[in-house]
Design a protein around this ligand. Structure first.
Ligand code: ADP
Length: 495
């Protein structure tokens, strides 16, 4: 067997990548799907479309290189996390659209849980901060708002799943109803200490346990695709949330290994081994993966606006036509000439946690030109990441020595250099930045013996470029001080 198939079920598109044993991409297919916005702040997907586009790209990726089912050793799935689907066990029909992780419809209810003083309790059990972001309140919303749903769920007629659960259930024609530990740890229903659904939380939210999938390790043969799909059966043997899979794909297998993904937002994860580190600085404790009978934990921090700030320059400010142009413009000047952009468009996440913060531009003088402005926007991504890394180090009580990077905006050489300068750490960019899909493929590959162990996988990881700090500490300190002064101007603006 020549390939591992990664199904990468993202937020705006689904992709399929076929990897060979060396971790090289042999075929890719991708399809976007509909984003549904029923009300301001609400986001939904059609769960059937999630499946049909995922199936279509799998077939397309195989056809492109003439691969047959018998060429594929196993399928690994990685997915947009937290997104919530409830469907009928008999007919397979979803009872409501998938409620997407970005959807804020349950914010008020989440606040009410905080008012009840449940924050600490939930955090100790699930590692999460109470928020509408996670699956729990979305699932409750469906049970409370779809006619007859709660009764049917209590009668055992309905099933719940995050996207990997749904895809596995569909591809096995309803034979397998599981969720991997990493995805389960994003539901806010899963006890990350006992690796079981938490009965107290289920009771508090009035969610019947019978509708929940069985939590399983991230690398395990869950079942096989029904023979109808790919002419013959293929083993489904790995699953993980997108950010956890990126950590795995970056081969951050050891305690202390960290990666940062520069996409629309930024997600920094550090492997904390078998230790659950509970943050004092607003980071999340999450399960990285379950592998070989053990569970690895991670500390996770996110920045809402990263690459999205570059999209803003393109789509709203119209100062660039495409993302690479931002790099070109930023490289025309040696610094920002004192200008700071804080892209707090939707508030600020860790370590500020201020939903009322709004974007601001400060430090303008007559000499600041468009190049400085673009550079300041690009630099804001590096400053925000600096803040995350600082919190992470505080929680861990140790220094991060080097950081592996990936994601669309990691293509920006200038951003990566500024990042290395600010962090005063080595940044390592791999040759293959499709780390999310790669992580899923590796997890599946380990389960079926395509790879012997993680050491064999590690040898696939190759650095394309290393960035080292070129900034003196005095300049760094001054810049960071001014960044924090700029952030102060953004805080609480919309209160
Ligand atoms: P996601 O997975 O969140 O959709 P991607 O990893 O595909 O994101 O990255 C897309 C983001 O990367 C966009 O927000 C885009 O603005 C940014 N980006 C892409 N290329 C560059 C570049 N050369 N310089 C800066 N930002 C870039």
């Amino acid at each position: 067997m020549k390939y591992l198939m990664a199904l990468d079920a993202g937020t705006t598109s689904n992709r399929c990548i076929l990897f060979n044993k060396k971790g090289e991409i042999c075929s890719v297919a991708q399809k976007e799907f509909k984003q549904i916005y029923p009300q301001p702040g609400w986001v939904e997907h059609d769960a059937n479309e999630i499946f049909s586009t995922q199936y279509a790209v799998a077939l397309e990726a195989m056809q492109k290189i003439g691969a047959k089912a018998s060429d594929i050793a196993a399928i690994g799935i990685t997915n947009q996390r937290e997104t919530t689907i409830v469907w009928d066990k008999e007919t397979g029909e979803p009872v409501y659209n998938a409620i997407v992780w970005q959807c804020r419809r349950t914010s008020k209810y989440s606040d009410s849980l905080k008012v009840k003083g449940l924050e600490n309790k939930f955090r100790k059990k699930t590692g999460l901060i109470i928020d509408a972001y996670f699956s729990a309140t979305k699932l409750k919303w469906i049970l409370d708002n779809v006619k007859g749903a709660r009764k049917r769920a209590e009668n055992g007629e309905l099933l719940f799943g995050t996207v990997e659960t749904w895809l596995i259930w569909k591809f096995t024609k309803g034979r397998v109803h599981v969720t991997d530990y990493s995805n389960a740890s994003r539901t806010m229903l899963f006890n990350i200490n006992t690796l079981k659904w938490d009965k107290d939380i289920l009771k508090e939210l009035d969610i019947p346990e019978c509708m929940l999938p069985t939590p399983v390790p991230s690398s395990k043969i869950y079942g096989e695709t029904d023979a109808d799909f790919f002419s013959s059966k293929i083993k489904i043997a790995g699953a993980g949330g997108d950010q956890q899979c990126a950590l795995f794909g970056q081969t951050c297998f050891n305690k202390g290994d960290a990666k940062n993904t520069y996409g629309t937002g930024c997600f920094m994860l550090m492997n904390t081994g078998n230790k659950r580190v509970f943050s004092k600085n607003g980071l999340l404790t999450t399960i990285a993966w379950g592998l070989n009978g053990k569970v690895n934990y991670a500390l996770e921090g996110s920045v809402y606006v990263a690459g999205a700030a570059i999209q803003w320059l393109r789509d709203e400010i119209h100062i660039i036509d495409n993302a690479p142009e931002a790099d070109y413009m930023a490289s025309r000047v040696p610094d920002t000439n004192g200008c700071y952009v804080v892209p707090a468009f939707t508030g600020l996440a860790a370590p500020y946690w201020d939903q009322y913060a709004r974007g601001t531009v400060v430090g303008l003088t007559r000499g600041v030109n468009k190049y400085h402005f673009v550079r300041a926007t690009l630099e804001s991504i590096a400053y925000s990441t600096y803040d995350l890394a600082t919190q992470m180090q505080k929680d861990l009580g140790t220094k991060i020595t080097s950081l592996k990077v990936d994601g669309g905006a990691s293509r920006s050489d200038i951003l990566m250099q500024i990042q290395a300068d600010l962090l005063d750490k080595e940044l390592l960019k791999p040759t293959c930045v499709e780390t999310t899909a790669m992580g899923a493929a590796y997890l599946a590959g380990l389960a079926v013996g395509f790879y012997k162990d993680t050491d064999e996988i590690k040898s696939n990881w190759k650095v394309e470029k290393t960035y080292k700090s070129q900034m003196d500490s005095k300049t760094r300190e001054k810049k960071i001080k001014l960044w924090h002064k700029a952030v102060d101007c953004a805080l609480g603006w919309d209160k």
